[in-house]
Design a protein around this ligand. Structure first.
Ligand code: FES
Length: 178
C-alpha cells in the first residue's frame, strides 16, 4: 500500500454500519425453522429446546430419558432429547410436539385421537406419547397392544388404556370421527 492509499482509507466504518462476524456454530433445523447454536456443542437438545428456544412441550424424563416424556423426532425417528447433544444434530430435521400440527393449526391425527379418546390426564407425559405414537405408526401401520406397551413412555395418571385406544383410532383412520 502506498502512502497515498493509506491516507485515503477510512479509519473506521461509515457511521451506521457495524461489521458483524459470522460466528461458528451448529446449524439446526427445528420444526422447519433454522437456528444457529453458538454455545456449548455438548448441550443436550432437551435444554436447548426448553431453555434457549422456550419450546417447553418436551419434558424432562429422567437423567436417561427413562419415562419417554422427552421424545422428539429426529429425521422422523423418536429419540430422547436429553440423550442428544446438539452437536450431533447438524443437518438433521428435528420435530418437537410443537411442530406436529399443520401450519394452519390443524392437529396431527395423533393429537386429535388423544383428544377423541380423552387420553390426557395431567398432560406431563402426553408430548412424549404423541411423538412415540407418530414414530410407531410410521413403523407399523396397525400396531397392537404389545407394540404400544413396548414404547418407553409411562403415564402416572393411568391413561395407558386410553392411549392404546387413541393410537388404534389413528391406525383405523378414525381420528376426529365420532
Ligand atoms: S397424563 Fe399425567 S403422567 Fe400421563
Amino acid at each position: 500500500m502506498t502512502p497515498v492509499q493509506a491516507q485515503i482509507l477510512p479509519t473506521s466504518p461509515p457511521s451506521g454500519i457495524v461489521p458483524e462476524k459470522v460466528r461458528d456454530g451448529i446449524d439446526l433445523q427445528i420444526n422447519g425453522e433454522h437456528y444457529r447454536h453458538t454455545g456449548d456443542p455438548q448441550m443436550p437438545l432437551l435444554w436447548y429446546l426448553r431453555d434457549i428456544l422456550r419450546l417447553t412441550g418436551t419434558k424432562y424424563a429422567g437423567e436417561h430419558g427413562e419415562n419417554g416424556a422427552d421424545l422428539v423426532l429426529v429425521d422422523g425417528k423418536a429419540v430422547s432429547a436429553i440423550g442428544q447433544p446438539v452437536t450431533t444434530l447438524a443437518g438433521s430435521q428435528v420435530t418437537t410436539v410443537e411442530g406436529l400440527a399443520a401450519n394452519d393449526g390443524t392437529l396431527h391425527p395423533v393429537q386429535q385421537a388423544f383428544i377423541d379418546e380423552d387420553a390426557i390426564g395431567c398432560g406431563y407425559c402426553t408430548p412424549g406419547w404423541l411423538i412415540a405414537a407418530v414414530d410407531l405408526l410410521r413403523r407399523k401401520s396397525k400396531p397392537g397392544d404389545d407394540d404400544i406397551d413396548q414404547l418407553p413412555n409411562l403415564c402416572r395418571c393411568g391413561c395407558q388404556t386410553r392411549v392404546r385406544r387413541a393410537i388404534k383410532r389413528v391406525a383405523a383412520g378414525k381420528a376426529g370421527q365420532p
